[in-house]
Each structure stands twice: as C-alpha cells, then as structure tokens.
Design a protein around this ligand. Structure first.
Ligand SMILES: NC(=O)c1ccc[n+]([C@@H]2O[C@H](COP(=O)([O-])OP(=O)(O)OC[C@H]3O[C@@H](n4cnc5c(N)ncnc54)[C@H](O)[C@@H]3O)[C@@H](O)[C@H]2O)c1
Length: 332
C-alpha cells in the first residue's frame, strides 16, 4: 500500500521506512530536517532509506516541509493519496521541552492537529501516532498499563504527547478513522538520536570523558531495541486494517527495566573501555522508572519484543564504531 510517514528521516522513522519498503509498500516521507540534532545525520539516514527503495524497486517520494504548515500538508496528502499515515515527526526529548515549551506545543500539538485534519480531508482511514512512555510521569503503579491514569505529566514534552493522543481520539470519534497511539519506551539501536543516553555515553566513553550519572544510578529505563519497536508498529498498522474503525493505545516497550548503573556496565563491556563516572543531582522532568506492561499489546497486537539489553547494546556499538570509521567526528 501507499503509506505517508512523517519524521521518516529520523532515528525510528528511517528504520520504519526500510522495513515498510521490505514489506512491499510504497512511501511518501515528510520531514523538515530540522537542526534539533545535526541535519546531516538525517540526510544520511534518508540516503540509506533511498538506497533500500532503489534496491527493492519501490517508490519513495520525499516531501521536505513542516507539519506546522497546514496548507503544505493538505497539498502533499491530497496529491499522494496514501492509505495510511504514520506520524512520527515531533520535537522529541524531555529536557529541551522545558527550555522551549511553546515550540513543543506548536509542533507536537499544532502539527499533529494539522496532520489529522489533512488526513481526514484526504480520505485516509488508518493512522498511527508515536506517543511516549513519558505520559506516565512518576506513576506509582508499575509496570505501566495503558488503563492507568495519565493526567499528571511532568514535562511539556509528556503533556504534548498526551495531548496528541487526545486529538487522535477526537478525530477517530468524529470521522471514524482507525487510529493506534503507540507509547514507545526509550528506544535505542543503530542511528539512535545523539542526544539520548546510550549514544551520548558511547561518544563520551570513546573520548575518555567521564559519564554524568544523574542521581545514584538507580533510575531505570525500559530500553527498547529499535527492531522490536518496528515490529510493534507493523503489528499496529495491521490492527488498523479492519472494516470497523478502531481507536487504541498500546505500550511498545521491552518490559525489562535496566538501572542506569547497569546500563553503563553493559556499555563498558561492549566497548571494552572502563568508564569514569561523575554523580550529578537528578534532573527536573526526569522520571525514576519506566516499565511497560505489555499485556494489552501482546494480546491485541501479538507484540513480543525479544532483544536483551546486552545483545542490543552490542549491535548499537558495532554500528557506532562503523559510523565513526565512515564519518570521522560524527555523529555529534
Ligand atoms: N527515541 C525514543 O526513545 C522515543 C521514545 C518515545 C517516543 N518517541 C517518539 O517517536 C518519534 C520519533 O522519535 P525519534 O527518536 O526517531 O526522533 P528524531 O528526532 O530522530 O525523528 C523525528 C523526525 O521528525 C522530524 N521533524 C521534527 N519536527 C518536524 C516538523 N515540524 N515538521 C516535519 N518534520 C519534523 C525531524 O527532522 C526528525 O527527522 C517522535 O514522535 C518521538 O517523540 C521516541
């Protein structure tokens, strides 16, 4: 089918596009290649997607533009006539959202609203929305289940992701569009965003710099390998395919939280380099623990993640080394 992917030049988006092409789909990718991190990295990601499309003989169109531009969205969706939209474009990251809350609201709320409405106008019947585990905030019940109340976000980023889910429900209700909101839990793997912990730590380790450990090292994240996330996205896409319009929220995690201090040990082992550590106070907006309850995504989507942190980190490090060899000094 013909699928419209926003944010397709990013970390998760580029992996998703390659998988969709392998599954035989044709793609329209929308991205604005912004400078949240070096746009050259996104150009390289997209070049790899384009190479995959060429090798497989699939159609791939790049629409370079911004989801805040409603007329541009209406035009590209109207011309492309996709059957499904997968919406990954966003301002990501908890800490920067505290610095620039208005920008996060414009892109993650305004942009999502534009996309939903342009999709409606173009007759799209299936949408996936990239939400985040951050909507759970410091939820007292673990693991986090989709039925838990999520009315107490602790960062602008989390609030905009929860808001995006609400908009999705509204467009499902009003226009009978099937929509799945996918709460990704800290995603890692090749092409991981350079601002995220594993990538940042690998870069610092390779330069012999001490690693910042916020808090006492006990904060834990449900690190999820990107291939597992993509499996879940594909299953969610199938889930939206029936005749009856559906709306659902699904956790996509690994359900195996890893403490920060263990993560650093696994990384030291994989890189074969000892780390120096500097203890720093916990950062505002950060949660203590993320931990996905996968009961619903397993039973309704058939989602079964399988990557242990040791093997996922080993694959990340292999990519990181190759990238440093291929593009000296990058990625930053
Ligand atoms: N990486 C994670 O751990 C994680 C966890 C939870 C949720 N998510 C969500 O998954 C999605 C993808 O995340 P990622 O880690 O791949 O991030 P990313 O920054 O690598 O990808 C996002 C892409 O969207 C594009 N984009 C941003 N604003 C845009 C705009 N206004 N118009 C058009 N394109 C725009 C960027 O250029 C980028 O290529 C995001 O919605 C993010 O919030 C990611």
């Amino acid at each position: 089918m013909n699928i419209f992917v926003t944010g397709g030049a990013g970390f998760i988006g580029s992996h998703l596009c390659e998988r969709l092409l392998l599954l035989g789909h044709d793609l329209i990718v929308l991205d604005n290649f912004n400078d949240f991190y070096d746009p050259a990295i996104k150009r390289r990601n997209f070049a790899e997607v384009a190479e995959t499309a060429r090798r497989l003989g699939r159609s791939l169109t790049l629409s370079e533009g911004d989801i805040r531009d409603s007329r541009f969205l209406e035009m590209t969706l109207g011309e492309g006539e996709p059957e499904a939209v997968i919406h990954l474009a966003a301002m990501a990251g908890v800490r920067p959202s505290i610095e620039r809350p208005a920008l996060y609201a414009e892109v993650n709320l305004g942009g999502t609203l534009n996309l939903l409405d342009a999709s409606r106008a173009a007759g799209v019947r299936r949408i996936l929305f990239a939400s985040s585990s951050s909507v759970y905030g410091n939820s007292p019940t673990v693991p986090f289940a989709e039925s838990d109340p999520v009315d107490t976000p602790i960062s602008p980023y989390a609030a905009t992701k929860k808001g995006g889910e609400l908009l999705c429900h509204t467009w499902h209700h009003l226009y009978g569009i099937s929509i799945a909101c996918l709460r990704f839990f800290t995603v890692y793997g090749p092409r991981q965003r350079p601002d995220l912990a594993i990538h940042k730590f690998a870069r610092m380790l390779s330069r012999g710099e001490p690693l910042p450990i916020y808090g006492d090292g006990s904060t834990s994240r449900d690190y999820t390998y990107v291939d597992d996330i993509i499996d879940g996205v594909i299953k969610a896409l199938e889930w939206t395919g029936g005749d009856i319009p559906r709306y659902g929220i699904f956790n996509l995690g690994e359900s195996r939280p890893v403490a920060l201090r263990r993560l650093v040990s696994v990384l030291e082992e994989a890189m074969g380099m000892p780390a120096q550590r500097v203890e720093l106070p916990m950062q505002i907006g950060d949660v203590e623990l993320t931990f996905a309850d996968l009961t619903k995504s397993a039973s309704q989507l058939g989602y079964r993640p399988s990557t242990e942190i040791e093997s996922g980190i080993a694959r990340f490090v292999a990519w990181f080394r190759e990238e440093q060899r291929r593009v000296p000094g990058a990625p930053e």
